[in-house]
Design a protein around this ligand. Sequence first.
Ligand SMILES: [Fe+2]
Length: 160
Amino acid sequence: MRSLRTDEGTLSRDYLAAASEVLRELVAMPDLVQRLPLERKAGGYTRNLLAGNDAVSVWAIVWAAGATTCIHDHHCSCCFGVVSGTVTETAYRAIDAKRAVPTEEQERQAGYVACMLPTGPNIHRMRNLGTGDAISIHIYGFDHEAHASSIETQYTAIGG
Ligand SMILES: [Fe+2]
């Protein structure tokens, strides 16, 4: 947590670079993450809080085979890295306040690190289409005691 520079908020370039660096270090140590006592749920995903303060929370998410999120955007910055397995990320474009169309799909494999900002067309869905668990680490710019999750709005898919 010390290396996450939040003094200029969790949208600043410095913060996002620091969060990405922390994630790159973590995805380079999959054995360490896999040894953590992480909660698992057949067919779904579980969020395991690893660390948090009033600005940032760090979670390990275990994606069972078939797990899927809703289609959503975020109220905060969301940096994540894939530790093991593959997470399929589909990007969407909103057509109104509640509906979105898929635009692009990418397989995020172990070692992948990215940051997503709340502003702009940043709507997505994450799924584990593989046959085994996938694990990812997420660093969100939200206080886990003030918000239940990073999700701002849920969308319904139109066409696909
Ligand atoms: Fe997300």
